[in-house]
Design a protein around this ligand. Structure first.
Ligand code: IDP
Ligand code: MG
Length: 154
C-alpha cells in the first residue's frame, strides 16, 4: 500500500470541481485517508515546488497556489502514486488525454487543477510537509475486499 499527496489547486476549488475530482479517485477504488482545506502560506508553496525555483513560470505558480484556498488529500492504494498520476494526466490540460482529470476539465498549462506526487519519495516528502502524522488515518475500507483480488496484495 502506498499513500500519495494530492492537492486540488485554487482553480479546482473556485470552479466547483472538488466533488467531481474526488469522485474520480473514489470510484477507482482508492481510499481517502486525509483531507484538509487551507490557504497556502508562500513559504510552504516555495518549499513544495522547490524543484521549479528559477524557472520562468515559478513566480506565477507561487502566486496562483497562494491566491485562494486549496484542498489537500492523502490518497491510499496499491501503487497509489502511479495510479493517481495516470488519473491526473499530462501537465498541460490542452494536451492531456481525454478521460484524465486534466484532459476532461481543463485547457491550461499552469491552471491545471491538481497536484499529485510524482514518486514514492516525493510522496513521503510532500505528505510530511502538508499533513501532521495524526491527520493521516489508518482505517479499513470495507469495500476494499471487492476492489482488490487477494493476489494483488504484495
Ligand atoms: P506536474 O504538476 O504535472 O508534476 P510539473 O512540471 O511538476 O508538473 O510542474 C508543476 C506545476 O507548475 C504544474 O502542475 C503547473 O501548475 C505549473 N507549470 C509547469 N509548467 C508550466 C508552464 O510551462 N507554464 C505555466 N505553469 C507551469
Ligand atoms: Mg511535478
Amino acid at each position: 500500500m502506498e499513500t500519495t499527496l494530492i492537492i486540488l489547486k485554487p482553480d479546482a476549488v473556485q470552479r466547483g470541481l472538488m466533488g467531481q475530482i474526488i469522485d474520480r479517485f473514489e470510484r477507482k477504488g482508492l481510499q481517502v485517508v486525509g483531507a484538509r482545506m487551507m490557504m497556502v502560506p508562500e513559504e510552504l508553496a516555495r518549499t513544495h515546488y522547490a524543484e521549479h525555483e528559477g524557472k520562468p513560470f515559478f513566480p506565477g505558480l507561487i502566486r496562483f497556489v497562494t491566491s485562494s484556498p486549496v484542498l489537500l488529500l492523502a490518497i491510499r492504494g496499491i501503487n497509489a502514486v502511479a495510479v493517481c498520476r495516470k488519473l491526473i494526466g499530462a501537465t498541460n490540460g490542452g494536451k492531456a488525454e481525454p478521460g484524465t482529470i486534466r484532459g476532461d476539465f481543463g485547457l491550461s498549462g499552469g491552471y491545471n487543477m491538481i497536484h499529485g506526487s510524482d514518486s514514492a519519495e516525493s510522496a513521503q516528502r510532500e505528505l510530511a510537509l502538508w499533513f501532521k502524522p495524526e491527520e493521516l488515518l489508518d482505517y479499513k475500507l470495507d469495500a476494499e475486499k471487492w476492489s482488490y483480488d487477494p493476489s494483488d496484495h504484495p
